[in-house]
Design a protein around this ligand. Structure first.
Ligand SMILES: [Zn+2]
Ligand SMILES: [Zn+2]
Ligand SMILES: [Zn+2]
Length: 163
């Protein structure tokens, strides 16, 4: 695996991109908060640089993604998300309830890690894997809520029996 090197300046140099304040700020935002949406990145960049147009942020994101400095994932029903962890074939766990995104290493390591039952003559280079489910916090929350509900039902039943 390639040395990650998460210093924004070295990422830009490695990708052959000119170092600009906008690009640096975008990279800082993504390093600090992986899997951010463009809107979240825009907010972080604005906090760092002050006034900056939406278009400037989107241009920086496009250039960084195109040069491989950022990886863009597009989960269903969610805006695109960006991360600096590029060059490996890692996958994502996404919580259906709160939208939390967590990295998970590929069990195989190299793309495509799933073999198509029929490639129909395609030269396949990637299998997109997203694991959908609920994160531990959301599972815990539902379990607690159900438990409480069960308790009050029981109590209600007891009261009914007494009458
Ligand atoms: Zn969740
Ligand atoms: Zn990721
Ligand atoms: Zn995999």
């Amino acid at each position: 695996m390639r040395e990650p090197g998460t210093e924004p300046e070295s990422i830009l140099r490695r990708c052959g991109l000119q170092v600009t304040a906008q690009r640096l700020a975008v990279l800082h935002a993504v390093v600090a908060e992986p899997h951010s949406t463009a809107e979240e990145i825009e907010q972080a960049v604005r906090t760092r640089l002050g006034a900056i147009s939406k278009q400037a942020v989107y241009d920086a994101l496009a250039a960084l993604t195109e040069r491989g400095a950022l990886r863009r994932i597009e989960p269903a029903r969610s805006p695109a998300r960006y991360e600096c962890r590029v060059g490996d074939n890692h996958h994502h766990l996404i919580c259906r309830s709160c939208g939390r995104v967590v990295d998970v290493d590929c069990a195989l390591g190299t793309a495509p890690c799933l073999e198509a039952s029929d490639d129909a003559g395609f030269e396949i280079d990637e299998a997109e894997v997203i694991y959908w489910g609920r994160c531990p916090e959301c599972v815990k929350e539902t379990t607690t809520r159900t438990a409480t509900r069960g308790m009050s039902d029981e109590r209600r039943a007891r009261i009914r029996k007494k009458q």
